[in-house]
Design a protein around this ligand. Structure first.
Ligand code: FES
Length: 679
């Protein structure tokens, strides 16, 4: 008799199996991940599957009810005790009797937790580093003087095929009482450690422990975001965020490095501050979801190199100057308790590798999420912050760099700049005829020329301009002819509109009079030019390395990337010309990458390998950086064409390159390190 063809969805993996093979075994043989805690005893319910019946001509399969065994004793018993949805089967019990199409459901929530619907609900295939293994251990016997733990280990080897298990010290003291409490049935939490190629027994529970949790966290220099997930179902149960308390030691990364250099206790103080904030966030997510922090067994953290070092308790001083040496660039595996994170006593922590001295584990996580290294298209990924992290590549070759853009895009360094908060101008349009602005502020959907705006805005006031706002304002000023392609505010327009006014030796543009008065000064334009030129020059260096003149896709990561309008980013020349359809905000790609690494250890191996293959470019050492920088001072760029942008926006005529050459003279990129004095 020929074997039966079984297709597993959504992975699409397929194979042939003899009649009578349990579906769980077939999945295992094909490398399709189906959770199992009870080892096929029919008590955990984690191995549920759905079947699809019908003719699947494309796959050459006719899947029928007769092709799967009838409900077995284990399934009947489970369905009586627990709720088994109609159509669901336990794959450890159901047998293959003919050709089948099997669905692995994505909602196998056993303990009926409330599942948080995040903006990012991407499906992550599971294969967590923690494996929950239920075993029934032989009771002690005077004639076989094997220790309780030794019999536990042999049960794990027999039932789960896990050998050479290393036992965490704290388990040694607890094991006997747990075994007796569970009446010789226990669930062992095994952590599979790639570094030592070994399995560690990190937690032990009496009876069947049918749940285990993990946290994934992105430690940003401004904000920290943390998610609690079930390691067994993959669902996100709670999320929490806070501002990074290290801000009190310095707004940007370099001022925090300076703080460490100037203050002997500085490193300890910042490490303690971030760990304390993380422990509070962990308590928040536990409270939100009603979960005991002792049930959290794994954790993944990402962050830029300075955040990464300070979190691990490493002095970041070396990152403050060339050659920007990381203490450790590879992935880090430690016990959470060793770095002051309060979870289960045996819980582990994994940190993704850093790409380079200024391109951190957050960029690695974003790379894992967006996967330039997995695709044919040449993808540019940018995380704009005070230090922009840039990755450019496809499956053939990936390069990365960072560019010191400074805090101008975060609302600092400009006269009316502020953080994104209610009252900040975030959108603006300027009438090219009258030069009159209309704008929107954070906190109301109304535009400033619409009825009801005054009233809506009176709650917060109109307080300043946030990062995405400043980008639109400068781009609109350029499109309406208020500033030239070299960024000079045209004083001749003062004769046409009161909004252009003399401000000492230069001119400014008035957006809103009154208190506070909101203007864009010549210095503001210059600050944005310097920031965007630094970013674009970094991108150009990477494009040179790839030998390309255009990119297929652009992903804008981070909070800033989520709010900025891709069209204006291109008008400004922040990013290269690209089909606007293919420029998108990729949200918190770093946080998603952390979740991927939490829920599937294969993703850890994938990014470790990818990072090894990424070529790192140090912008400061590249002779072409200055030339690219000077060209990028112009809007959108002095030499690079923007034909795709030209199809959606009418760009002003370019002036004589010889003239623009003079006005860009003396433009110098900012340098990393020592830029700010410590506070
Ligand atoms: Fe536990 Fe099937 S593996 S019920």
């Amino acid at each position: 008799m020929t074997d039966h063809l079984v297709l597993f969805m959504p992975s699409g993996k397929r194979g042939r199996f003899p009649s009578g093979t349990p579906i769980l075994d077939a999945a295992r043989q094909l490398g399709v991940y189906i959770e199992s805690v009870c080892g096929g005893r029919g008590i955990c319910g984690r191995c549920q599957i759905d079947t699809q019946f019908g003719q699947f001509a494309k796959h050459g399969i006719t899947s029928t009810q007769e092709n799967i065994s009838e409900f077995g004793a284990k399934e009947i018993r489970y369905a009586e005790k627990r709720d088994l949805k109609a159509g669901r089967r336990l794959s450890c019990s159901a047998l293959i009797m003919g050709d089948l199409v099997v669905d692995i459901p994505q909602d196998n929530i056993i303990n009926a937790q409330v599942v948080r619907k995040d903006a990012d609900t991407r499906y992550i295939e599971r294969n967590p580093a923690i494996q929950m293994c239920y075993v029934e251990v032989e009771e002690p016997d005077m004639h076989k003087p094997l220790g309780d733990i030794d019999r536990l280990l042999s049960a794990l080897e027999n039932d789960w095929d896990i050998s050479s298990i290393v036992i965490d010290t704290h388990i040694l003291a607890q094991a006997q009482s747990i075994l007796r409490k569970g009446k010789w049935a226990v669930t062992a939490a095994i952590h599979h450690d790639k570094a030592t190629q070994s399995a560690h027994l990190i937690a032990l529970y009496p009876g069947l422990k049918n749940e285990a949790y993990g946290i994934a966290c992105d430690i940003g220099s401004t904000t920290i975001a943390l998610h609690l997930s079930s390691l067994l179902s993959g669902s996100t149960l709670a999320s929490s965020g806070t501002s990074n308390p290290q801000i009190r030691f310095g707004e940007d990364l370099m001022s925090r490095v300076s703080y460490v250099m100037m203050n002997p206790e500085g490193r300890e103080a910042m490490t303690e501050a971030v760990r304390e904030a993380l422990n509070t966030l962990i308590q928040n997510v536990c409270d939100q979801s009603g979960i005991d922090r002792n049930d959290i067994l794994d954790s993944v953290f990402v962050g830029n190199p300075v955040m990464h070092h300070l979190f691990l308790g490493i002095d970041p001083t070396e990152l403050g100057g060339a050659p920007f040496a990381l203490a450790v660039s590879g992935a880090v595996n430690v016990k959470a308790s060793e770095i002051g994170i309060n979870l289960n006593q045996g819980a582990r922590t994994y940190m993704l590798p850093c790409i380079a001295g200024h391109v951190g584990a957050d960029a690695a996580a974003a790379t894992l999420t967006e996967g330039p290294h997995r695709q044919d298209d040449m993808m540019l990924m940018i995380d704009v912050g005070t230090n922009a992290e840039i990755v450019l590549g496809n499956q053939t070759r990936t390069v990365a760099a960072s560019s010191p853009t400074g805090p101008a895009f975060e609302g600092a360094e400009t006269s009316c700049g502020q953080r994104a908060a209610p009252g900040a101008i975030e959108r603006i349009r300027i009438d090219p005829e009258t030069l009159e602005p209309r704008y929107r502020i954070i906190g109301t959907e109304l535009w400033s020329d619409e009825d009801g705006f005054e009233e809506a805005a009176s709650e917060t006031g109109i307080t300043g301009i946030c990062g995405s706002g400043i980008i639109e304002i400068i781009a609109e000023m350029y499109l309406s002819g208020i500033i030239s392609e070299d960024g000079v505010i045209n004083g001749d327009l003062a004769a046409r509109s009161d909004r252009i006014f003399s401000d000492g030796r230069t001119f400014s543009y008035l957006i809103k009079d009154g208190e506070p008065k909101i203007v864009v000064t010549q210095n503001d334009v210059r600050a944005i030019q310097l920031a965007k030129a630094a970013l674009y020059a970094g991108i150009k260096l990477l494009m040179d390395k790839q030998n390309i003149t255009s990119v297929d896709k652009i992903g804008l990561a981070g909070a800033f990337g989520s709010f900025i309008d891709p069209k204006y980013a291109m008008v400004l020349g922040l990013v290269p010309d690209c089909d606007i359809e293919h420029v998108k905000a990729v949200g918190n790609a770093a946080g998603t990458g952390a979740r991927m690494a939490l829920l599937n250890r294969n993703h850890r191996r994938e990014i470790e390998q990818a990072v090894q293959n990424i070529e790192k470019i140090e912008t400061a050492l590249e002779p072409d950086f200055q030339g690219h920088f000077v060209n990028a001072m112009a809007f959108p760029n002095k030499v690079d064409p923007f034909p795709k942008l030209g199809t959606i926006v009418k760009l002003p005529e370019r002036s004589d390159p010889a003239i623009s050459e003079n006005t860009s003279e003396g433009a110098t990129p900012r340098r990393r390190g020592g830029r700010r004095r410590a506070r």
